[in-house]
Write a protein that binds this ligand. Structure first.
Ligand SMILES: *Cc1c(COP(=O)(O)O)cnc(C)c1O
Length: 445
């Protein structure tokens, strides 16, 4: 690595926390370069002639959405019909994509908006061998009020940086990533999400890969950030609940000191064998357990919630905590917790004919789930995530036994339904709703 002139002092006695230390160092770099007037007033000249000879990283160009270079497609693609099999295939992307390249020596290049198409990578590219890849999953919603919206996109951008630093990919000013996402949505949104199809959405996949053409096992020196928009089927309006198969003793999705909290590709590939087995046995997803106590962590790539009554009679909404970093800090998860705390706990519940509940983030075990079901204290269970949105679970299978979860209606429990309704109104600008600050309106070009 080039010498760094402005490295902040790093604690010396931190040999026991090498990963945390490395991540802090990367983040400190962005903080410094953001604060530097040199990086905020970059001209195109400074991009083509980066001042790298001194090795001072603050002189390197930062990711800067205002430098975007645009090439529109000359062969626009047809938009598949809403209920078509093409849309369900998740293979169809919109007309354009955004790319930005980074290298250790010259920083971030000017981003490009260009026709959607294949990437060119050397067979030695780091991401193809060492899982130096991270991504985000978000949606662009066509509202019932005609507007295009993102949902809390700044949280995705922040999480993307967190994931990138976990696998030694470069940092970036997160607001610049948001501007780029916004730009791609403004460009392709109007055609791909027509105003007369309210309630439709596109899936947004910001991705970063290490593109170094060198086989050495080392910290990447080159990276590529890209953003694509994909057609996606709606996965939350199915009838009946999800059937979840608890993971077996021979597998584990995430562990303390690992990277389960980061949205890095390395978390997903190895889980697909189990996912395939679960499907083959008639289940929808794996319910990932951790450790000898069988702590319930997540379901597939979604966070997991239960509503149960304690033996003392207290109604609780419970999900696994983030402290051990074995679950992903889902934005839907966070939003469910925040809405529940605001509207369903003491003092909330105004106008709703629902009992108040207590919102709890803590590790809980399969034994507690079993007991709650056996003693008739389980009220509902559901999963949350951008892909499945909010979906009920109706059955958990654990060590040869089925545990039936109550479902108040064929669409799920009452608490789940009401929270889902609130989220939907925010995402899709439903009638009679005020613009909520979580809904980020995308201006259309
Ligand atoms: C993406 C993801 C989630 C859901 O996160 P959202 O931000 O709500 O979409 C949950 N768990 C895992 C493992 C994930 O990858």
């Amino acid at each position: 690595m080039a010498p760094i002139a402005v490295t902040p002092p790093v604690e010396q006695e931190t040999s026991s926390r090498l990963t945390a230390q490395g991540i802090e160092r990367s983040l400190a770099k962005t903080a410094h370069s953001n604060a530097s007037p040199l990086t905020t007033k970059l001209t195109h000249d400074s991009l083509t002639h980066p001042k790298t000879d001194s090795g001072v990283h603050t002189l390197l160009p930062q990711l800067d959405a205002s430098l975007l270079q645009t090439t529109f497609t000359t062969s626009p693609r047809p938009v598949p019909a809403l209920d078509s099999s093409e849309r369900a295939s998740q293979k169809i992307c919109t007309d354009h994509m955004i790319q930005a390249k980074w290298s250790e020596n010259s920083g971030w290049s000017a981003p490009t908006l260009q026709p959607y198409g294949p990437l060119s990578l050397m067979p030695t590219a780091s991401c193809l061998h060492y899982a130096t890849e991270c991504f985000e999953g978000m949606k662009l919603y066509r509202g019932y009020d005609g507007k295009l919206r993102l949902f809390r996109p700044e949280l995705n951008c922040n999480r993307m940086e967190k994931s990138a630093t976990r696998i030694a990919l470069p940092t970036f000013p997160t607001e610049e990533l948001l501007k780029l996402i916004n730009k791609l949505c403004a460009t392709d949104g109007p055609k791909w999400l027509p105003r007369d199809e309210p309630g439709s959405f596109l899936y947004i996949r910001p991705t970063m890969i290490a593109s170094d053409a060198a086989l050495g096992v080392q910290k990447p020196k080159e990276a590529l950030l890209f953003i694509i928009l994909t057609c996606f089927p709606s996965m939350d309006d199915r009838k009946g609940g999800m059937k979840l198969l608890a993971s077996k003793d021979d597998m584990c999705r995430a562990w303390p000191g690992g990277f389960g909290y980061a949205k890095v590709g390395a978390n997903y590939g190895p889980s697909l064998v189990a996912q395939g087995e679960a499907k083959a046995q008639g289940f929808d997803q794996i319910l990932w357990l951790f450790g000898q106590d069988c702590i319930v962590t997540e379901a597939g790539a979604s966070n997991f919630f239960v509503v149960w009554r304690t033996r003392e009679g207290q109604l609780q909404l419970v999900t696994t905590g983030l402290k051990e970093r074995i679950v992903l800090d889902g934005i839907t998860r966070r939003s469910v917790l925040e809405l529940a705390r605001e509207r369903l706990t003491m003092g909330g519940c105004a106008g709703e004919e629902l009992e108040e509940l207590e919102v709890v983030e803590r590790n809980f075990t399969m034994k507690e789930v079993e007991d709650a079901v056996d003693e008739g204290r389980m009220v509902e269970a559901f999963v949350t995530g951008t892909a499945f949105f909010v979906a009920p679970a109706s059955l958990l299978h654990f060590r040869g036994q089925d545990f039936e979860i109550p479902m108040a209606t064929e669409h799920g429990g009452r608490y789940m339904s009401i929270i889902k309704g609130w989220l939907k109104s925010i995402m899709w600008g439903m009638e009679g709703m005020e613009q909520h600050h979580w809904g980020h309106v995308v201006g259309e070009d």
